[in-house]
Ligand binder design. Structure first.
Ligand SMILES: Cc1cc2nc3c(=O)[nH]c(=O)nc-3n(C[C@H](O)[C@H](O)[C@H](O)COP(=O)(O)OP(=O)(O)OC[C@H]3O[C@@H](n4cnc5c(N)ncnc54)[C@H](O)[C@@H]3O)c2cc1C
Length: 332
């Protein structure tokens, strides 16, 4: 247990605030002891989806639960149970090397396995909910582990029961992913197809697709090791068809993706860019020059400065387009 530890190395935004108390969790058997402590608990994985706006007054539990094993297997699938402190991308690499499909489009997303169901991580036309079989969850209050099946996780777009109803109530200890031995490939999204061609790939494979996704991501997204950020700061908003048609009359170039017959998804990055924020910088904080959805800390920005900037962006998008942006990043 450490006291007054700076969390700067533990969050990809690189925000420097202290945690009153800090500990590493390396074994599930330590959970009952931690549960008994009086401090409010904050669970920290890779710190790649949080914005620290103030000192953390309780106990930060850094997830170091490691290990994975095949739970069962049949001719078509393998069920892989993974401890929640494993790094997500390491599991993607493991799966693609085995030729198991289902998570190749989600390569290079930072963070831990435990956070993957939290916000139902997604990228390049895939979401982790499509391969999650169960999630095991330690309850602080009841002091027991319960297992949630896929339906009970209530997954939505960057959403789940762990981010809503169960927020703050416990700790995801492990996740079981159902991976496919004979995967169908999803290469229609973004530039995957072009990237595969540029790589000279004629027959796609899970490995080739993951490598294509990694290459595209490296060219588009800032590396937190170089510039502090937490990936997409906002969710892409979904609006009713009638509102979309009205906006489209005013902005014929408005990009859109149908979600259903009545709902349309709009890229938040486009809206933010239209409001003139792309490349904005004030002191050490700003909006990335290549990707307007990513807010950045160039050196020593404060978390609450970035929070205020995000508020200004929300206001200007609301004023111009009548759309309320929702933050994807968790604010502590
Ligand atoms: C460069 C970059 C690119 C990104 N690209 C994507 C992307 O393409 N798609 C995408 O979906 N996300 C993306 N993200 C966001 C981020 O990587 C994911 O949300 C990731 O799942 C966060 O994992 P983490 O371990 O870092 O979570 P943290 O930031 O440590 O935690 C996030 C939240 O989850 C909670 N939490 C973490 N672990 C547990 C647990 N075991 N039990 C209960 N609660 C827990 C924390 O308390 C916190 O509230 C990106 C981030 C960066 C920096």
């Amino acid at each position: 247990m450490q006291h007054n530890l700076s969390l700067k190395p533990y969050n990809t935004f690189g925000i420097d605030v202290p945690a009153a108390w800090f500990t590493e969790l390396t074994n599930v058997s330590e959970l009952p002891g931690l549960t008994a402590l009086p401090q409010e608990k904050f669970i920290l994985g890779g710190g790649s989806n949080i914005l620290l706006t103030q000192p953390v007054s309780g106990l930060v539990i850094h997830n170091e639960l490691k290990g994975f094993a095949i739970e069962k297997e049949d001719n078509d699938h393998v069920w892989l149970r993974v401890a929640s402190g494993e790094m997500w991308h390491d599991i993607v690499l493991y799966a693609i090397n085995k030729g198991w499909g289902g998570i190749e489009n989600l390569a290079l997303i930072p963070g831990t396995v435990g956070a993957s169901p939290m916000q139902n991580i997604g990228a390049y036309g895939a979401e982790v909910k499509d391969v999650i079989e169960t999630v095991s969850f330690w309850y602080w209050k009841e002091r027991t582990i319960l297992t949630y099946n896929n339906r009970e996780c209530a997954f939505g777009y960057r959403d789940s029961i762990f981010k809503s109803e169960l927020k703050g109530k416990g700790f995801i200890t492990s996740v079981v992913y159902k991976l496919s031995k004979y995967p169908t490939y999803n290469i229609s999204y973004g530039a995957i197809q072009q990237e595969l061609e540029a790589m000279g790939v004629e027959e796609p494979s899970v490995k080739a697709i993951a490598y294509a996704v990694m290459s595209i991501r490296r060219s588009k997204l800032p590396d937190p090791a170089e510039i502090g950020n937490a990936g997409s700061f906002f969710k892409n908003p979904t609006i009713p068809l009638a509102q979309f048609q009205h906006l489209h009359d005013q902005y014929p170039k408005l990009p859109s993706y149908p979600v259903s017959d009545t709902l349309i998804k709009i890229p938040a990055g486009w809206l933010i860019e239209q409001c003139g924020w792309k490349g904005y910088r004030k002191g050490d904080m700003g909006v990335h020059a290549k990707q307007a959805l990513v807010l950045v800390n160039y050196a020593n920005a404060k978390g609450n400065e970035i929070w205020q900037l995000s508020g200004q962006i929300v206001d200007s998008v609301k004023q111009r387009f009548g759309i309320e942006l929702e933050r994807e990043v968790q604010v502590w």
